[in-house]
Every structure is written in C-alpha cells, then in structure tokens.
Design a protein around this ligand. Sequence first.
Ligand code: HEC
Ligand code: HEC
Ligand code: HEC
Ligand code: HEC
Ligand code: HEC
Ligand code: HEC
Length: 445
Amino acid sequence: MSSSKKRKFLIGLLGAGIAFVVIGAISVTGWEYSNSNEFCANACHQVHPQEPVAHELSPHAKVDCVECHIGRMNFFRSAIEKSGHVAHAWSLLVGYERPTHSTSLDSAKSCESCHSGKAHHDNSIRIISHFDEDRNNTERKILLIMRLMGRNFVDEESLGLNWHASGAVRYRADDPQGSVITWVEATLPDGTVHTYHNVRSEGGDQSSADKAVDVRTVNCATCHNRVGHPFPDPDRVIDVALRNGTLNRDLPYIKQHMTELLGQDFSTEEEARTLVEQAADHYLASYPDVRVKGIEDLRQYLRDGQDRLVALKVRSKFLEDENISWDSFPDNTGHVNGPGCFRCHNGRLQTTEGVPIPVNCTTCHSIPLVTRRNQVPAHFTNILDVGTPDDHRDPAFIAKHAELFEDYCEDCHGDIDFGVDDKSHCSNSSCHDTEWKYLDLDALR
Ligand code: HEC
Ligand code: HEC
Ligand code: HEC
Ligand code: HEC
Ligand code: HEC
Ligand code: HEC
C-alpha cells in the first residue's frame, strides 16, 4: 500500500472510529434518556403530568418509572420489552383514554426484583384516626390488627396476602381498571380448585372461563396499584397531619377549614397557590383571640408547607380533565375509598353451591376497636382470637349474624345494645355507621 493510500485508510479508520463513538454516545444517551422519569412522564406531551408529582412523594421516589413498569433485566431483554411499549405512540394519534390505566406491569419482573414474593409479612397493627369537623376537632380512633399472614384461627391452611400473587388466583374483569370482577378461580395449596361466579351478572357469567384471553392472574399490582404514585384521599391526609401534630389539633375548627380548602375548585396551579395563601390569611384573621401556640405552628404549616399543600391540591384534581380527580385512582389495598378487597370479597362472587369468597370482616383484620376521646369501650373486644364458635367460620356468617342473635351471644360479646355509639359489640360505629357500598350482603341472604 502506498503511503497516501495508507494515510487515506488510516483517516477512514479514524473517521469510522469517531463516527462509531459519536453514534454510540448518541445511542447510549438516547437509551438512558428513554429510561428516565422525565421521558416516561413528559415525552408524550405530558400525558400524565400528575404521576411524577405523586411519585416524588411516594416511598418509591428513588425507584425509576422503568424499574416498575418494565422491570430490572439485561439490555437485550429490556430493548425487546421496550419495543412493546412503542405501541403507546399510536395513542398520540388517536388520543388517550382518561383516566389512564396500566395493565402491563409484570410484578414478577419488577416488584420481585427487590421484594421477595415469598416473604411473609407479619400481622401488624393499624391505628387510623378520624377527626370530626367540630370546634374541638374530636378524634375517633380505629384500631385494627391486620392479618397479613391470613386468618389466625385456621392456621394450618391459612392463606396469607402474598398467596394471592403466587399464581393461585385468576380472574376476569369487565373494565380496564379491573374493578368490576365477574369470575374468580382459586387453586388452594392442596390442589383444590374453587370457582366463583358473580351472581349479579346476567346468566351468572358462566361463560367467563372460556374467554381465556380476558383472564388475568393476580399479581402484586392487583392490590398495590398505588405504590408508585399514590393519590391519597385529601381527608385522610389532613387526619394524618392532625394525628402526628404537623397540624395543631387545638386550633378551633381546623379540620373543617382544611377540608374546605382542599375542596375548593381551581383550574391552574397558580390559582391553587392563591387559594392556599388566602385560606391561611382568612384563618388567622378569623381567630385573632386564639392564644394557642398552635397559631405559630399553623403559620408554619400553611406558609412553609404551602408547596406541600399546593402539591396535594394539584394531586387531588387533574387540571387537564375536570372529571378526573384523586378518586379516579382508588387504592386497592383496602375497601373504603374504592372497591379494593371487595372487588372479590363482596358476597356477590359465589361457587355454584352459594359459598362466597370469605366476606367476614375478621377474614382480614380484627373487629375494629373504636375509641372516642381515648375512652376504650368496656365490652369484649376480642383481639386475641380465642374461643370462636363454629358458626362464625361460615364464610357468609357476617350476612346472617343479626338473625342468629340470641342471649348467649352476650357470654362472649358482653352486654348488647344496638346502635352506633360504640358502647357495645353490636353498636360498633365502624361497622354500622358506614355505608359499605362495595359490599353486597343481600346476595347471601
Ligand atoms: C413502585 C413501582 C412504580 C413506580 C416507581 C412507578 N409506577 Fe406507575 N404504576 C405502578 C403500578 C403498580 C400501577 C398499576 C398498574 C397495573 O395495575 O398494571 C401503575 C400505574 C401507572 C399508570 C396508569 C395510571 C395509574 O396511576 O394507575 C401510569 C400512567 C403510570 N403508572 C406512570 C408512571 C410514571 C410516569 C412513573 C415515574 C414517574 C411511574 N409510573 C412510577 C407502579 C409504579
Ligand atoms: C428498586 C427496588 C424496588 C422496586 C422495583 C419496588 N420496591 Fe417496593 N420498596 C422498596 C424499598 C427500598 C422500600 C422501603 C421504602 C421505605 O420505607 O423507605 C419499599 C417499600 C414498599 C412498600 C411499603 C410502602 C409503605 O407505604 O411503607 C410496599 C407495599 C412495596 N414496596 C410494594 C412494592 C410493589 C408492589 C412493587 C412493584 C409494583 C414494588 N414495591 C417495587 C424497593 C422497591
Ligand atoms: C390480595 C392483595 C395483595 C397482594 C396480591 C399483595 N399484597 Fe402486599 N399487602 C397487602 C395489604 C392489604 C398489605 C397491608 C396494608 C398495606 O401496607 O398497605 C400489604 C403489605 C405489604 C408490604 C408491607 C408493607 C408494610 O407497611 O409493612 C409489602 C412490602 C408488600 N405488601 C409487598 C407485596 C409484594 C411484593 C407482593 C407481590 C409478591 C404483594 N405485596 C402482594 C395486599 C396485597
Ligand atoms: C381477585 C380477587 C381477590 C381480591 C382482589 C382479593 N382477594 Fe383475598 N381471596 C380471594 C380468593 C379467591 C380467596 C380464597 C377463597 C377460597 O378459599 O377459595 C381469598 C382469600 C383471602 C384470605 C384467606 C381467607 C381464609 O379464610 O383463609 C385473606 C386473609 C384475604 N383473601 C385477604 C384479602 C385482602 C386483605 C384483600 C385486599 C387487599 C384481598 N384479599 C383481595 C380473592 C381475592
Ligand atoms: C378481604 C379483606 C377485608 C374484609 C373482608 C374486610 N376488610 Fe376492612 N379493611 C381491610 C383492609 C386491607 C383495610 C385497610 C387498612 C389500612 O388502611 O391500612 C381495611 C380497613 C377497614 C377499616 C378502617 C377504614 C378507615 O380508613 O377508617 C374499617 C373500619 C374496616 N376495614 C371495617 C370492616 C368491616 C366492618 C368489615 C366487614 C363488613 C370489613 N372491614 C371487611 C380488609 C378487609
Ligand atoms: C364463645 C364466644 C362467642 C360467642 C358465644 C359468640 N361470639 Fe361472636 N365472636 C367471638 C370471637 C372470638 C369473635 C372474633 C373472631 C375473630 O376475630 O376472628 C367473634 C366475632 C363476631 C362477629 C364479627 C364477625 C366477622 O368476622 O365479621 C360478629 C358479628 C359476632 N361475633 C356476632 C355474634 C353473635 C350474633 C353471636 C350469637 C349468635 C355470637 N357472636 C356469639 C366469640 C363469640
């Protein structure tokens, strides 16, 4: 090779090398960018601007969107998975459905790369405080022992919560968010298969089993659908602030004022900010005589916490569509703000023999113990699961218990009065003073 040819060859080689490095760098940057939270949240014209706000305030703030929505895996598998998501681009042309939903999350690849699906979460205690909108912001506490390991008194065959996600439970839902469930099949550890149909669907939905395409398998996300970006009930957020003292409960009517603030309508983030400022001024002007230290705390909470309050307001109402708000995204790990556990444990889903998916309150937690002004009711509250009579084990007992009532019930449950004043077992306000709209006990009567 002549020296000029050699030079050309070397220049060519160098050029190719540079091009390789440049293209490589662009590709790596592009690849990295496509993995970033910014890309996921904004690349498609702010498809879901509310998700990153909520994500930043969640326990998974340091877990990137892709780590849950695609999962941890090697480059090649990840590239293949991601190409599946390219289908989303189609929505840019045809428009998005609202509220947005996701059904593609595979928790075996995402959640279970950090959390062990086999881990047993021990039973735990929940103390939930609710504050009334009266002058004293009266507190009502509900104590629950959560049976995350399953029901204690059938220990041998107890099914814990993670059992649901072991592949043992399949279901069919009528809607994309999976809140209207029409058919469920459970394979118990001993191999027995139980099949449940929705007795309220026309024709009992007998054909569901054949529609294999629509059948989904319960995974972690079926229940923990809000872990990555919770949109909490604003009322609950105020209650938590009052309970832990961030908001001083000695301030007159503070619960009522905060509830009003979070309920006010607005259409831009700026307006939300103004509303928060006005509410602070208004409150401070309304109670000039209040000499509690709390006024200082409140100033702190409202002024320093303005960003938090604005974020909460913005999270509770989605500006791009007035019909969507926090309650369009209910948390499935309970049954108060959405159907959650009652999507299946609701009385409507029964075997052909009429046996429901267990619906008794104590399937999942102890009988709620309600205290007001720290007064513990004197009646037997049972938190230790002793001496439960056989009739209580009927998975539909709760639908029948009123008819079964006899004097002997008092042997264990103490003097009985009916009502909602929490003074006896049968006047438990957290059972009887609430409308359980996702529960259908009539389907069992
Ligand atoms: C800790 C895991 C986790 C992280 C991190 C996470 N998500 Fe999610 N996301 C979920 C789960 C679980 C669902 C419910 C999915 C399902 O049922 O398939 C969901 C649902 C969604 C939905 C559908 C609407 C909704 O809220 O239910 C969107 C949109 C979404 N995520 C976007 C994001 C974006 C953007 C990020 C990053 C800013 C993110 N997610 C981070 C777990 C996560
Ligand atoms: C990259 C690792 C990672 C991934 C992926 C992940 N988590 Fe977590 N998760 C954590 C860590 C770490 C914590 C503890 C956070 C803390 O308490 O500060 C946590 C906390 C939790 C909690 C307790 C939350 C609370 O309010 O205290 C739940 C429930 C949970 N994760 C479920 C899930 C589910 C379901 C998924 C999949 C959709 C998931 N996680 C994906 C690491 C992860
Ligand atoms: C049948 C619904 C359901 C399924 C399925 C489920 N969980 Fe849970 N899980 C719950 C409930 C309810 C709690 C207790 C309430 C809570 O912490 O929100 C809980 C608690 C937890 C906790 C402990 C949180 C704490 O505060 O101590 C973690 C971590 C967790 N689950 C992870 C997972 C993972 C990972 C999977 C999938 C392998 C999974 N869960 C499947 C309903 C479920
Ligand atoms: C997709 C349907 C579905 C959802 C949603 C669901 N479960 Fe279940 N659950 C079942 C089925 C099916 C069984 C087993 C019934 C049987 O024995 O055939 C079961 C059993 C249980 C058991 C064991 C009962 C016993 O007597 O041993 C507990 C505890 C439980 N579920 C708690 C929960 C909690 C808490 C939630 C909400 C966070 C929930 N489940 C949500 C379908 C569901
Ligand atoms: C399939 C499981 C399951 C069944 C059945 C069930 N619960 Fe619950 N319940 C839960 C879970 C999970 C939570 C959420 C606890 C939390 O917020 O951490 C909850 C929360 C509650 C709360 C506290 C709500 C709040 O935020 O103030 C009350 C009260 C309650 N349940 C009462 C009942 C009553 C009464 C019944 C029977 C009619 C019942 N539950 C049946 C799983 C169940
Ligand atoms: C031998 C003592 C005993 C007697 C007698 C008794 N109970 Fe109970 N009952 C219990 C215990 C213990 C529990 C709590 C079970 C648990 O937490 O798992 C309970 C729970 C209940 C519950 C809540 C059930 C649920 O899971 O939703 C109701 C309602 C109830 N009993 C009504 C009655 C009625 C009505 C009678 C009379 C027909 C009666 N009990 C007789 C011990 C008794």
